[in-house]
Design a protein around this ligand. Structure first.
Ligand code: UTP
Length: 293
């Protein structure tokens, strides 16, 4: 069954980015001149997923407004004859078929994904975390969908990390396959200590999931941090007879966690330097800034 639906959880509290996220969703933080969430929706659309369900919560109205029309602003830009900005403003409205559901209480990523069950139904679907940016020059989701189609299992995205950072991620136990960038996942553990981490392969914010994950999530107890963890449900899926198991695609491209302040700054620099309009001037300034010390 082809994958057509993307689910974007964006209901987290964003505590690592306070006070900026006190009244504004972290997914609306701009990376140059676009909010982080727009890059994520654009990535889903590039992979052919035009049906997007966003999981939102209190304080998240700006997310819906961003993908809705702003007729007053459009009229103003039209009157001014500012076609370029008009196109930019309309672009986010026309990107995808957007749907929204509220999580209520942010009880964890697994709980957020379970809120998508009614919309997704009994088909495989993709999950893209709303604060995780994959550089548009590096394909990840397309590759994950290919692996899902070939192997008919759920697929997680994995990245090699410094083992000292294991306590920040879900970490996978894996077996090699005949493809260099694909592994079979035989176990997953959320935020282990460096001593107990089974590998240096961390789960990052892209998933292609079989619908079996919903029934597993329904009976998944709160885990690390008292939250219902998607990692725990996927760990069950690795051994479940019906769900078809889990594979991992090892991603070696550029990825930024915009919910983390340092990574957010890196994302802005990388995106800005690669832009045709801003890149040359910004790079010249950056070089001077770094040499000045
Ligand atoms: P994070 O753990 O990065 O989000 O979750 P957070 O809880 O907002 O972050 P901090 O630690 O407080 O700063 C990863 C993704 O899952 C979503 C978040 O919005 C983010 O996109 N999420 C997390 C939910 O939608 N619901 C939740 O209950 C938890």
């Amino acid at each position: 069954m082809p994958i057509v639906k993307a689910v974007i959880p964006a209901a987290g509290m964003g505590t690592r980015f306070l006070p900026a996220t006190k009244a504004m969703p972290k997914e609306m933080l701009p990376v140059v001149d676009k909010p982080a969430i727009q890059y994520v929706v654009e990535e889903a659309v590039r992979a052919g997923l035009h049906d997007v369900l966003m999981i939102t919560g209190r304080n998240k109205n700006a997310l819906e407004n961003h993908f809705d029309r702003n007729t007053e602003l459009e009229a103003l830009l039209r009157t001014k004859g500012d076609q370029r900005r008009l196109q930019e403003v309309m672009h986010s409205t026309q990107l995808a078929n957007m749907h929204y559901v509220r999580q209520g209480d942010p009880l964890g990523l697994g709980h957020a994904v379970l809120r998508a069950q009614m919309h997704v139904g009994n088909s495989p679907f993709a999950v893209l975390l709303g604060d995780d940016l994959i550089d548009s020059r590096d394909d990840l989701l397309g590759r994950m969908i290919d692996v899902h189609d070939q192997r008919a299992t759920s697929v997680v995205a994995l990245m090699e990390i410094d083992p000292a950072l294991s306590h920040l991620y879900g970490i996978a136990t894996v077996e090699v396959t005949d493809e260099d960038d694909v592994v079979k996942v035989t176990g997953l553990v959320e935020k282990p200590s460096v001593e107990s981490a089974p590998s240096n392969l961390a789960v990052i914010g892209r998933y292609v999931l079989q619908p079996d994950v919903f029934s597993i999530l329904e009976s998944t107890e709160p885990g690390s941090g008292g939250e219902i963890q998607l990692t725990d449900a996927l760990n069950t899926l690795t051994t479940s007879a019906s769900g078809g198991g889990v594979h991992g695609v090892i991603f070696r491209g550029r990825r930024y966690d915009t919910g983390d302040r340092l990574d957010y700054l890196k994302a802005i620099v990388q995106v800005a330097t690669s832009r045709e309009d801003l890149g040359p001037d910004f790079t010249t300034w950056l070089r001077e800034f770094v040499t000045r010390g």
